[in-house]
Design a protein around this ligand. Sequence first.
Ligand SMILES: O=C(O)[C@H](O)[C@@H](O)[C@H](O)[C@H](O)COP(=O)(O)O
Length: 266
Amino acid sequence: MALSSVIHKDTRELRIHESLDELSTDLADYIAELSESCVKERGFFCIALSGGSLVGLLRKICEAPYNKTVDWARWHFFWADERVVSKNHPDSNYKLAKDGILSKVPVIPSHVHSMNDAASAEAAANEYEFTIRQLVRTRVIDVSEISDCPKFDLVLLGMGPHGHVASLFPDHDALNEKDEWVTFLTDSPNPPPERITFTLPVINSASHVALVVTGEHKAEAVKSVMNGAGTDCPSLPAQMVRPTSGKLVWFLDSAAASQLDVSSSS
Ligand SMILES: O=C(O)[C@H](O)[C@@H](O)[C@H](O)[C@H](O)COP(=O)(O)O
């Protein structure tokens, strides 16, 4: 149960939770409901996620009742970003999701669309974009009515303490990428340096984007993002997450929300 749930003027929703356990349960409810409605409407549920603490917070969706009630066979699983390391490396976002989620629920192996760990960052990014293009063509992934971008049913992101999302870092050129769906970095400010990431046009074309942010060390960045959310010149990558026709929900714990004036923001 959310401690406070606030709808902002710009249709951003904040769900603030007292404990990580409550947040994890609410996140599981949210994903299960979305999955049900997408499967009913389109026959598939296309979910993309990044790495970090977010994956641990997805633990409840792998437990009862969701492990039995969710239609896992209709899920297609993607990564919003990946580190260019082998799939069994501790830094791999694939490994994180495999250990934390995919090893616990019956997603069909051919529906797990991971990035090639045997190619260069550039080649793996191109290959991933090609995979996504094929799935858009066959309408497994929906397509945006506004651009020709893929319209993922849900993109789940964490946020770093300096406001980065996926592998899109403040002041990095990758933020300006408008044409590619998937791009690569060889100079990430956070290790490892080589990464592959969805671009902003893809993130912002999703039907639903959820940012899951916890901990006091993120409170300052959460405040900056919320304060600058309406600005025409956003500087933090998390401020640039503005779905064009989709919905944006922030899942926060009370520590991450501690610098927000929640009462005045509704
Ligand atoms: O591969 C990555 O680096 C992640 O995808 C990244 O975008 C992550 O989500 C944030 O850094 C938040 O991570 P934490 O929640 O662990 O702070």
